[in-house]
Design a protein around this ligand. Sequence first.
Ligand SMILES: NC(=O)C1=CN([C@@H]2O[C@H](COP(=O)(O)OP(=O)(O)OC[C@H]3O[C@@H](n4cnc5c(N)ncnc54)[C@H](O)[C@@H]3O)[C@@H](O)[C@H]2O)C=CC1
Ligand SMILES: O=C(O)[C@@H]1CCC=N1
Length: 281
Amino acid sequence: MTTENRTNITFIGAGNMARSLIAGLIDDGASVDITVADPSEEQLDIIRGQWPACITTTDNAQAVSQADLVVLAVKPQIMQMVCEALASDIQERKPLIMSIAAGVSESSLNTWLGGLLPIVRCMPNTPALVQSGMSGLYANTRVDEEQRSLAESVMRAVGMVLWFDDEDMLHAVTAVSGSGPAYFFLVMEAMQRSAEGFGLSEEEARLLVVQTAFGAAKLALESNDSSAELRKKVTSKGGTTEAAINQLQASGLENTFDLALKAAAQRSIVLSGNKPAIEKS
Ligand SMILES: NC(=O)C1=CN([C@@H]2O[C@H](COP(=O)(O)OP(=O)(O)OC[C@H]3O[C@@H](n4cnc5c(N)ncnc54)[C@H](O)[C@@H]3O)[C@@H](O)[C@H]2O)C=CC1
Ligand SMILES: O=C(O)[C@@H]1CCC=N1
């Protein structure tokens, strides 16, 4: 922490997810000073344009020199190279490390960064951009209570948080909520195309589809009913919804979703290079 009790947070990588988190932290009025490092001036220009108070640099090592928390927000494929290049600077200060990369294990991060570090792995999702994110978190044993609450407060600024004691469960979180927004967007795309096929304009179709998706999600969040019970309440016997649901079920929707989520979890397992419990069951 700095003397004024402000927290120095450094983002390594200024892409979509980093921007979602920065937006949430700034909108939330969090007491933080943010530094962002990225080799792309184009990416840094977006940060400077949207949040002039952020310090930006193309030098990762310089960016971590004052950090209390380093958020690793680069693609999994380059994480090893980025971490190894930062190891000596990180070892000097030993800040809390938070990685948002899919499928990169805590033990790999710890090894690449020189060892004995407090590390939180986090799997957020893009609705963090509108402070409606869902994040799964896992902390290693070197993370103390203060660091745990720092990591949680960053992610709470952009949505809801669930902690897991078993790191392997982050494969499931990745498959469900990390990648999940894309599944709903695909359903919305399909509904929009079909709506336009009825002769509705693009704007009319978009409003009907998106507001319906929002309303369904809000109702599911606020209701005590399960999704199955809420669905039954829309479905009149012999009515229009039943006709649609019968069609969706006949074409194997539930099985397709099951296979899709398993493919996402499997990809997360492959990226991490190990065999977690979720695969053994
Ligand atoms: N997009 C999503 O929905 C989610 C992504 N994630 C994870 O977040 C991480 C970032 O993903 P996105 O933001 O979508 O990717 P992105 O491609 O938008 O951002 C990655 C950023 O890293 C920068 N970069 C490249 N080399 C660098 C280096 N050597 N040092 C510093 N920065 C470097 C790139 O210029 C780019 O700005 C990934 O590990 C991904 O697995 C996690 C949850 C959801
Ligand atoms: O597709 C990906 O690999 C990342 C992780 C979860 C969402 N996007």
